[in-house]
Design a protein around this ligand. Structure first.
Ligand code: GUN
Ligand code: ZN
Length: 435
């Protein structure tokens, strides 16, 4: 990493959304084929035409990226960094997948050295893919949270995360209690929340792995710290939903379990949210909760087809995520492609503007960070990526036939990977120059 005393000017194509394109239409974007982004003190100072910004800032250090696209860094709203090592594990559905692959690996994260090595690997893989912010589950071990935040701090990244609490239906090595989950989460929150660019997220894994007492304790902690987010899983697979029904027979539905224990509200992040009832949808909307779509995971584990068009049309807040390691790629490009494919399977092709917005501003808004990251706008933190829209021969020949920006971007969405990420800027510093 390099530090720069002077202001920095990135030249390339720029693209700014003027509103949520799902509601305002795909035209709610400003595209400048000869644009520039001025960075000063780690924030975006100006966005405008290259010529004008160059003339106005003769002292700025210039990085000319030609006709590559300058975009906000991707925001991955649901990740399990401790599952980096078990990505692409074959053949199981959710509950068996957790027991066979996930829990044995997560049991290793009480070892601070293992936790640190995996946190660093995960964040470096993310940055290489153009992801500058992620919201991650850790494991039950407080050391795993320290490792994540330490690695984020060393890279200057805005990262959110928390200790994954479980006090039943998990191996001995991965169980805490209602009291220790509360105490350890609170201690971690006090240690990390608001330090540098870090945010603590209260994290009950999901209803089946917590007793009512633990859910209650974490609901109480959230009530004491309403400025924190809370993340969990909701209605991912049909077998899981049946299990929740048998564990909580008095609850009206899966979401009601969370609501009974104070775990539903604005600032609540609900991963997957595929098989929702009408009542659950209405409550999620009323309370201002956010749903996190994890499309590569949903096809990899065989979970189902998220109703993006219907949920957006009714006004839900939705973020996009890889769900590493249930998800099968670190790339938010690949994740956008999977969201497109799931849209097609539901009969609705999602416009590339919708996909790009979801991976940047949409996820940022879902995490309550819409004013800080995810946009090309003065005052926003300078987490930026430079995307080569011709990164492989097949993408290049397809993009060359494009008549407009979105046609030029779509081949990269569908076929792109880390080769498309020419540079990643984190808080106004170049992380990985690859020119
Ligand atoms: N539900 C509870 N835990 C998990 C997890 O680690 N991954 C996925 N995909 N779903 C979950
Ligand atoms: Zn998850």
């Amino acid at each position: 990493m390099h530090g720069y005393a002077m202001s920095i000017l990135l030249l390339g194509q720029t693209l700014e959304f003027t509103a949520d394109p799902f509601h305002a239409g795909p035209g709610a974007a400003r595209h400048d084929p000869h644009g520039a982004v001025l960075i000063d003190g780690g924030r975006i100072a100006a966005v405008g035409p290259a010529d004008a910004l160059r003339a106005a800032n003769p002292g700025a250090q210039v990085f000319d990226y030609g006709n590559a696209l300058i975009s906000p860094g991707f925001v991955d709203a649901h990740v399990h960094y401790p599952q980096t090592g078990i990505i692409a594990s074959w053949g199981k559905r959710l509950i068996d997948w957790l027991n066979s692959y996930t829990f044995p690996e997560e049991s290793r994260f009480g070892d601070p050295q293992h936790a640190q090595a995996m946190a660093e690997m995960c964040l470096d893989l993310m940055l290489a893919q153009g992801t500058t912010t992620l919201c991650s589950f850790a494991t039950i071990h407080p050391e795993s949270v320290d490792a994540l935040f330490g690695a984020a701090q060393a890279r200057g990244m805005r990262v959110l995360g928390g200790k994954t609490c479980m006090d039943r239906n998990a191996p001995d090595t991965l169980r805490d209690t209602a009291q220790s989950a509360y105490d350890q989460s609170k201690a971690l929150l006090n240690r990390w929340h608001g330090v540098d660019r870090l945010s603590y997220v209260i994290t009950p894994r999901f209803a089946p792995t917590s007793t009512p007492e633990q859910l209650q304790a974490l609901g109480a902690l959230w009530a004491e710290h309403p400025d924190c987010l809370m993340q969990t899983h909701l209605s991912e697979q049909t077998e899981e939903i049946a299990w929740v029904r048998s564990l909580f027979p008095k609850a009206r539905d899966y979401l009601d379990v969370y609501e009974q224990f104070g775990l539903l509200g604005a600032g609540g992040l609900y991963g997957h949210a595929i098989h929702l009832t009408e009542r659950e949808r209405a409550r999620l909307l009323e309370t201002g909760a956010s749903l996190i779509h994890c499309p590569t995971s949903n096809s990899f584990i065989g979970s189902g087809l998220f109703d993006m068009p219907g949920l957006k049309a009714e006004g839900q807040s939705i973020g996009l995520a890889t769900d590493i390691g249930g998800g099968s790629s670190f790339s938010m490009l690949r994740t956008m492609a999977a969201a497109y494919e799931i849209g097609q399977l539901r009969g609705t092709p999602l416009h590339p503007a919708f996909l790009w917005w979801l991976a940047t501003e949409g996820s940022a808004r879902a995490l309550g960070l819409g004013d800080r990251i995810g946009r090309l706008k003065p005052g926003v933190e300078a987490d930026l990526i430079v995307v080569d829209l011709a990164s492989t021969p097949v993408i290049a020949q397809r993009a060359a036939r494009a008549d407009d920006l979105w046609q030029a971007v779509f081949p990269t969405i569908m076929m792109g990977d880390d080769r498309a990420i020419r540079a990643t800027w984190v808080s106004g510093r170049l992380h990985e120059p690859r020119t």
